[in-house]
Write a protein that binds this ligand. Structure first.
Ligand code: NAP
Length: 264
């Protein structure tokens, strides 16, 4: 059966792991693809397989998103290509060592990719989505956005940025028909862990999800209209209670006088 044409999805970090699974699933759903990462061979192999298997148009753009000129090339694609309906901000790196044992230049590179690049690509994509009255931005955060004590705090802070930015974007773009989903995976079996210094085999298998199961759950969450998706969380009412507590705080966070406990 011919798939519907859902427009083009631009996926960053599509050469491996979670991004490559998004590419597979979005092509099968009826998206054409623009795959972005540094590893040309992996991108080309994935593009060939997906276009053979799905008949979709799959374009490869080799780019180091930490390089400003390369990043601007991707921003220009997002500005100009009106067929783009979906942006998956997935490219990211982690850190598993404590702050005091970490190389500060590597942490700065992490912030560039996980924070600045995601912000700039969103800023590039959103105006077109607003002008066309439709679009979806999927931001890949992490459970460490709300549990930063688990891993390196700079990585956790970068993912807390992704969550906070997504919360704000959702409010700003909701009435303009632009959907935001923020995905908070737990440990997922990809190269991420080896790249960050702790191979995934060193983690207890009970906390590690396979990447295809993680992405399939996240896309089901998207279909269900979720804003925050935590693929592993068994009981959604726990997340709802957490969000309700946050909402309850909001009207009282900025008042003209200090709280009694600070003045009596
Ligand atoms: P991965 O397999 O290592 O994939 C990372 C992707 O980012 C690769 O495609 C890599 O491609 C790309 N990338 C890295 N640096 C780049 C750069 N400078 N420019 C362009 N692309 C770059 O890891 P993953 O687990 O799939 O990670 C994807 C996302 O999931 C990340 O944002 C990560 O923080 C998040 N996440 C992962 C886990 C986990 O446990 N795996 C849990 C929560 C969240 P090239 O090397 O070809 O450039």
């Amino acid at each position: 059966m011919t798939q519907p044409n859902l427009g083009t999805a631009l996926i960053t970090g599509a050469s491996s792991g979670i991004g490559a699974i998004y590419a597979d699933r979005l092509a099968r759903r009826g998206h054409d693809l623009i795959l972005v990462a540094r590893n040309r061979e992996r991108l080309n192999a994935l593009a060939r397989r997906l276009s053979d298997e799905t008949g979709r148009n799959v374009e490869v753009v080799v780019a180091d998103l930490a390089d400003k000129a390369d990043l601007v090339r991707i921003e220009n694609i997002l500005h100009k290509d009106a067929s783009i309906t979906t942006l998956v901000n997935n490219a990211g790196v982690g850190a598993t060592q404590n702050l005091l044992e970490s190389d500060v230049d590597e942490l700065e590179d992490l912030l560039t990719l996980n924070v600045n690049v995601l912000m700039r690509l969103t800023h590039a994509a959103a105006p077109g989505f607003v002008a066309r009255g439709a679009g979806t931005i999927i931001n890949i955060a992490s459970i460490v956005a709300i549990a930063p004590e688990i891993l390196n705090g700079v990585y956790g802070g970068s993912k807390a940025f992704v969550l906070a930015f997504s919360q704000s974007l959702r409010k700003e773009l909701h009435d303009l028909n632009v959907r935001i989903q923020v995905v908070l995976p737990g440990a997922t079996a990809t190269d991420f862990w080896a790249t960050a210094g702790t191979p995934v085999e060193h983690l207890p298998s009970a906390i590690v999800m396979q990447a295809d199961a993680m992405v399939d759950a996240a896309l089901t969450g998207l279909d269900q209209g979720e804003f925050v998706t935590i693929p592993a969380l068994p009981d959604i009412t726990e997340l709802e209670a957490y969000e309700a507590a946050r909402q309850k705080l909001m009207p009282n966070l900025s008042l003209s006088v200090p709280a009694d406990r600070y003045t009596s």
